[in-house]
Write a protein that binds this ligand. Structure first.
Ligand code: UDP
Length: 445
C-alpha cells in the first residue's frame, strides 16, 4: 500500500506551530509521510526540530506576501498586533493551493485559523482535520458561558460567578474573560467563518489527553493525541523545539540541587511593562529560591531591574534573555516549580513533567486554563492575576509579595505543597533517562 501522505499547516505562532511540528513527528513515527508547510520566515524555528527528528519529515515553504507585519506572532511588538497577522493569513491560500495541486497529499491537518483550507481540501476531495492548539476545558467553559451568560447576572467585573453545566465547580469573573464587544468585535467575522469551517471538516485533533482534562474531551471524531511534546525522546530533540537558545542554562541547572529551582516563563508572546518586570524581579529575589527566568521583549534592563538585583541573586538566580528550551528545562531534575502564564502548551508541559505551577494568566484562554490547574488538577497555585489584558498596561499590577508568596507555596515543603507535587507525581515524563533527567511519564499518549 502507498504510504499515507499528510500536509501539516501550522499557524504562524510558536504556541501553535511547536505542537503541530511535534504532531507531525508523532505521525511520522507511525509511518506516515509528513510534510510541514510554513513560511520562509518561520523556517529557522521549524527546521531545528525537524532536523533532530529520527523520522523523515519534509518542509515546504511558501512566501508571506504581507510586508507590513512579521510572519510570526511571537515577533509582533504587542499581542494586539496579532490581529493584523491573522488578517494577513488569507494571503497564504493561493500558494498553499498550488502546493496541494503539486504534491496531492491524502489529508490536510490545518490549524483552525486557516478557515479557507476547508474549501481547498473539499475541492480536492481529501479530508481536512482541524488542529486546535487550546485546551478542551477552555472550549467547554467558553461554550457554557456563551450559552448561559452567567456573567450578565453579576453586579460588576470583579464579582465571581459559577460556570453552569460543567463537571467541576468553576468560578470566574468578567475581568478574567475576553467578553467585551470592544475586544471581541475585530475577530467576530473570523470566529464565525471558523465555526462554519469546523462543520465542513472531517474531525479535530487536540493536543491533550482525557486524563488531563477529565470529562472535557468530547465529540465525534475528536482525537486527543497529547501531550505531543512527549514525542521528543532525547534532550537534543527537546531543546530543538521552536529554535535554539539559552546558552549554558542546562549546565547551570546541572549544578543545582534536585527540585530546588523555580522556572519562570510567560510563553512566546507575554510581554510585561517595566513596573511589572521590577515586581517579578523583586518577588523572585525575596522568595529565596533559585530561579531561571526567561525574559522577552523587555527593552533596556537598566530601566526596570531593581538596584543591586544581579548581585543579590548572583549564583542562585539566572535570567535568560529571549528563548529557552522549555521542555528540556521542565524535564530537568533540578526544576521543582514553574511560574507560568498558563498558555496551553506550558500547562501541558508542566503537568507532563510533574512540575507544580504558580499560575499567572495574562490573556486569551489562559484564565480558563488556570482554573484547570488550580481547581481540577490541583497542581497550581494562583499568583493573583485578575484582569485579562492583551496589552501589559491593561492588566493590574501583581506585586512582588504575591510573586514571592506563590513561589514559596509552590516550592514549599508543607502539606499542601507536597499534595500538589504528589498529584503530579510519578516518574517524570519529559526525561529520557539521561543523567539529570527522570524517565517514564505520568500522562500517557
Ligand atoms: N517556549 C519555549 N521557550 C520559551 C518560550 C516558549 O520553548 O522561551 C515554548 C513552550 O515550551 C511552548 C510554546 O513555546 O511549547 C508556548 O506555547 P504556550 O501555549 O505555552 O504559550 P503562547 O506562547 O502560545 O502564549
Amino acid at each position: 500500500m502507498d504510504q499515507l501522505h499528510i500536509f501539516f499547516l501550522p499557524l504562524l505562532s510558536a504556541g501553535n506551530f511547536i505542537p503541530m511540528v511535534d504532531m507531525a513527528k508523532l505521525f511520522a513515527s507511525r509511518g506516515v509521510r509528513a510534510t510541514i508547510v510554513t513560511t520562509a520566515g518561520n523556517l529557522t524555528r521549524v527546521k531545528p526540530a525537524v532536523d533532530r527528528c529520527p523520522h523523515p519529515i519534509r518542509i515546504l515553504t511558501i512566501s508571506f506576501p504581507s510586508s507590513s507585519v512579521p510572519d510570526n506572532m511571537s515577533d509582533v511588538p504587542t499581542p494586539d498586533t496579532c490581529n493584523e497577522v491573522l488578517e494577513a493569513l488569507g494571503s497564504l491560500e493561493a500558494p498553499f493551493e498550488q502546493l496541494l495541486a503539486e504534491h496531492r497529499p491524502d489529508c490536510v491537518v490545518s490549524d483552525m485559523w486557516y478557515t479557507w483550507s476547508a474549501d481547498l481540501a473539499a475541492a480536492r476531495g481529501i479530508p481536512r482535520l482541524i488542529f486546535r492548539a487550546s485546551s478542551a476545558f477552555s472550549g467547554v467553559l467558553s461554550a457554557a458561558i456563551s450559552s448561559s451568560k452567567p456573567h450578565e447576572g453579576v453586579a460588576d467585573d470583579d464579582e465571581p460567578f459559577l460556570v453552569p453545566g460543567v463537571p467541576h465547580r468553576i468560578e470566574l469573573s468578567r475581568s478574567r474573560l475576553m467578553y467585551s464587544d470592544e475586544l471581541y468585535a475585530p475577530l467576530r467575522g473570523l470566529f464565525a467563518r471558523m465555526a462554519e469551517a469546523v462543520r465542513r471538516s472531517y474531525g479535530t485533533v487536540l493536543n491533550t489527553s482525557r486524563e488531563l482534562e477529565p470529562g472535557y474531551v468530547a465529540g465525534e471524531r475528536v482525537w486527543a493525541l497529547g501531550p505531543v511534546s512527549l514525542c521528543n525522546e532525547d534532550a537534543l530533540e527537546r531543546a530543538a523545539r521552536g529554535g535554539d537558545g539559552c546558552g549554558d542554562c542546562m549546565d547551570w541547572l546541572d549544578g543545582r540541587e534536585p527540585g530546588s529551582v523555580v522556572y519562570v516563563c510567560f510563553g512566546s508572546m507575554g510581554g510585561f511593562g517595566r513596573d511589572q518586570l521590577r515586581e517579578v524581579a523583586a518577588g523572585l529575589a525575596a522568595s529565596g529560591h533559585p530561579f531561571l527566568w526567561v525574559v522577552r521583549n523587555a527593552g533596556d534592563a537598566s530601566e526596570w531591574m531593581p538596584e543591586g538585583f544581579e548581585e543579590e541573586v548572583e549564583g542562585t538566580g539566572r535570567v535568560v534573555w529571549g528563548w529557552a528550551p522549555q521542555v528540556a528545562i521542565l524535564g530537568h531534575g533540578a526544576v521543582g516549580g514553574f511560574v507560568t502564564h498558563c498558555g496551553w502548551n506550558s500547562c501541558l508541559e508542566g503537568a507532563s513533567c510533574g512540575v507544580p505551577m504558580a499560575t499567572w494568566p495574562l490573556f486569551s484562554d489562559q484564565f480558563l486554563n488556570e482554573r484547570l490547574l488550580v481547581d481540577v488538577l490541583r497542581i497550581g497555585v494562583a499568583v493573583g492575576s485578575k484582569k485579562f489584558g492583551w496589552l501589559a498596561e491593561e492588566r493590574t499590577l501583581v506585586g512582588a509579595e504575591d510573586v514571592s508568596r506563590a513561589v514559596k507555596e509552590v516550592m514549599g515543603s508543607g502539606e499542601e505543597a507536597r499534595g500538589r507535587r504528589e498529584e503530579g507525581e510519578g516518574e517524570r515524563s519529559c526525561g529520557g533517562g539521561e543523567e539529570g533527567y527522570g524517565g517514564g511519564r505520568i500522562f500517557l499518549q
